[in-house]
Design a protein. Structure first.
Length: 259
């Protein structure tokens, strides 16, 4: 069945896929259907051996301006519990391939949380990040208090969460939330270029390295180091490790196969 609220570009560059959020009239507000379509598309691309990195974008006006408030406004606590909307976010968190958010315009509430769920963020100079849920009597629920604090630190996270203030792309870069800023006309191209650079590497090494970096947020140092070393040793069982080291010695570009 063709998705209604996303557009999937299977190969925008070699081994790179692109998913565009496509509810422009609602500034890409994240309703349940959009998030389900996004999860399904990401899982399919994660299982596709030809895809090594994935870019997620909105449009120039908005990456996503938050959750769909009209969908939630009349719900009770039990309704929200039974809907279990965050199970979709948990599934996206388990995507193994590198995810890059290409952000222009608003990335607010759930939009900011979705960008932070990705592994890297490229932002246009018009990007604005925020967790304004407090302005409607609630608080972030998809990781905004946790990932934002880990990314920008307690003081700025508290200010953003407790006042709903948006920060600019320049502030986000200074705080460590994003990788870099580009002109509006180049933000998607820059995200694809970053994905291409990753896709040129061994997909096995990229997957295990992503796992190890994420482990740093979930464990203490000793357990993280143990996990890192396990993955390091495991890669010596791969054909990509043999090819990569042989290519280095022979002074040529490696041809990685993901095996």
């Amino acid at each position: 069945m063709q998705p209604e609220y996303i557009i999937v570009h299977q190969e925008v560059a070699t081994h790179v896929a692109h998913i565009q959020l496509n509810r422009p009239n609602a500034l890409n507000a994240l309703n349940l259907q959009l998030m389900t379509e996004l999860k399904t598309a990401l899982q399919a691309l994660d299982a596709d051996g030809q895809v090594r990195a994935i870019v997620i974008s909105g449009n120039e006006k908005a990456f996503a301006a938050g959750a769909d408030i009209t969908e939630m406004a009349g719900k009770s606590a039990i309704d929200m519990y039974n809907i279990d909307q965050f199970s979709t976010w948990d599934a996206i968190k388990k995507i193994k391939k590198p995810l890059i958010a290409a952000v222009s315009g608003f990335a607010l509430g759930g939009g900011c949380e979705l960008a932070m769920l990705c592994d890297m963020i490229i932002a246009s100079e018009t990007a604005r990040f925020g967790q304004p849920e407090i302005k409607i009597g609630v608080m972030p629920g998809a990781g905004g208090t946790q990932r934002l604090t880990r990314a920008v630190g307690k003081a700025l996270a508290m200010e953003m969460v407790l006042t709903g203030r948006f920060i600019t792309a320049a502030e986000a870069l200074q705080a460590g939330l994003i990788n870099r800023i580009t002109p509006v006309e180049l933000y998607l191209e820059e995200a694809v270029n970053l994905a291409k650079a990753i896709a040129a590497m061994s997909p096995l090494a990229a997957r295990m390295a992503k796992e190890a970096v994420l482990k740093a947020f979930d464990t203490g140092l000793e357990e993280g180091l143990h996990f890192e070393r396990r993955n390091f040793y495991l890669l010596f069982a791969s054909a990509d490790q043999q090819e990569g080291m042989r290519a280095f010695i022979e002074k040529r570009a490696p041809a990685f196969t993901g095996k």
